[in-house]
Design a protein. Structure first.
Length: 219
């Protein structure tokens, strides 16, 4: 078993590959990110959706300590949910895993918060599953995009490449089958992809990047 993690604070996602080539998709959207209809659709096509509470809002008068305590509790909640979901899918042995590094657009306090959350996830994955540092891969966003096609791919192009994939394990998954035959079930009225579809698909491309670097050959 190997897996790729698309990590964010609002809607992280995980894509798992088992030794038989099959896949699992895990999604962890905040309650203010995902619509109920989409949650039902995703669950119906075997995407495990775990809704997380919206980030706590603090008054402008909150002192630094209060803000840091809130972020710490929130990070524990998010990371614990991811760990528990992976536990449910674990098939006895995790060979390796990958995560996408930070983009150049991530700056300031938000980058500091995201970094803290991600390092907590890296630590807890290692402790929970007995993983060494050598079991982890971190890929630049451009590297992940290049796996899908080109290093400057936009969100829509990443999704288009996903829809066109010849990966046998992916094509057998109900999520791929549903999104390729009924894309409107995952779009708004204007045809834009709803959250967290792009995050789920990004986790797949992170997994594929890991496979590429591990010399795992997939069609």
């Amino acid at each position: 078993m190997i897996f790729g993690v698309d990590f964010s604070i609002k809607s992280p996602a995980v894509c798992i590959r088992y030794t038989d080539g099959s896949l699992d998709f895990l999604s962890f959207p905040r309650t203010d990110v995902i619509k109920e209809d989409l949650e039902i659709t995703l669950n119906a096509c075997d995407v495990l959706v775990t809704k997380l509470q919206k980030e706590p809002s603090l008054p402008k008068t909150a002192i630094l300590t209060e803000r840091e305590r809130s972020s710490l509790n929130d990070s524990w909640m998010e990371v614990s949910a991811i760990i528990e979901a992976i536990k449910e899918c674990e098939d006895g042995f995790i060979e390796s895993w990958a995560i996408e590094g930070f983009s150049f657009a991530s700056t300031g306090n938000r980058l500091a918060q995201l970094s803290g959350y991600q390092w907590l996830l890296r630590h807890d994955l290692s402790i929970t599953f007995g993983l060494d540092a050598e079991d982890m891969w971190v890929f630049a966003p451009m590297t992940v995009k290049a796996t899908a096609g080109k290093g400057n791919f936009k969100k829509e192009q990443m999704i288009d490449a996903f829809l066109a994939s010849e990966d046998p394990g992916l094509r057998e998954h109900p999520f791929w089958q549903k999104i390729t035959t009924e894309p409107t079930a995952f779009q708004n009225k204007k045809g834009a992809w709803l959250k967290p579809i792009d995050d789920i698909i990004d986790s797949y491309w992170i997994l594929r990047t890991l496979e590429k670097h591990m010399n795992v050959s997939q069609n």
